[in-house]
Write a protein that binds this ligand. Structure first.
Ligand SMILES: [Zn+2]
Length: 91
C-alpha cells in the first residue's frame, strides 16, 4: 500500500480505496470498497492543495475577498472558503 493512499472519510479504513476519477473542481475522487461510498480528498490533500492553500493565504493577506480569490486562482468558491476556515483556525 502506497503512503499517499487516503483514508476513507466514511469508515476511516484505507484497505479498500481506489481512484475514482476527478471532480469538477479538480479534486481526486476515491471509491471505498469497504463501505461502497465515494469521497474526495479535498482541502487536506497534499501537493496541489498545499499550493492552493499558500496562494489563498497570500491573497487573503492582500485583502482579497473569497470571490476575488476564487476568480484569481481558478478554484471554486466553496474550496476557497474551506481553506480560509482552516487558515483562520490555525491563527
Ligand atoms: Zn469506507
Amino acid at each position: 500500500m502506497k503512503k499517499d493512499v487516503p483514508i476513507c472519510h466514511h469508515c476511516n479504513q484505507s484497505g479498500g480505496i481506489k481512484k475514482y476519477g476527478i471532480t469538477q473542481s479538480g479534486h481526486q475522487r476515491y471509491f471505498c470498497r469497504l463501505c461502497k461510498r465515494t469521497f474526495q480528498t479535498g482541502y487536506f490533500y497534499k501537493g496541489r492543495e498545499q499550493y492552493i492553500a499558500a496562494q489563498i493565504e497570500r491573497l487573503l493577506s492582500n485583502s482579497f475577498t473569497p470571490e476575488q480569490i476564487s476568480a484569481e486562482i481558478q478554484v471554486d468558491l466553496d474550496t476557497v472558503e474551506q481553506h480560509i476556515k482552516i487558515l483562520i483556525s490555525k491563527r
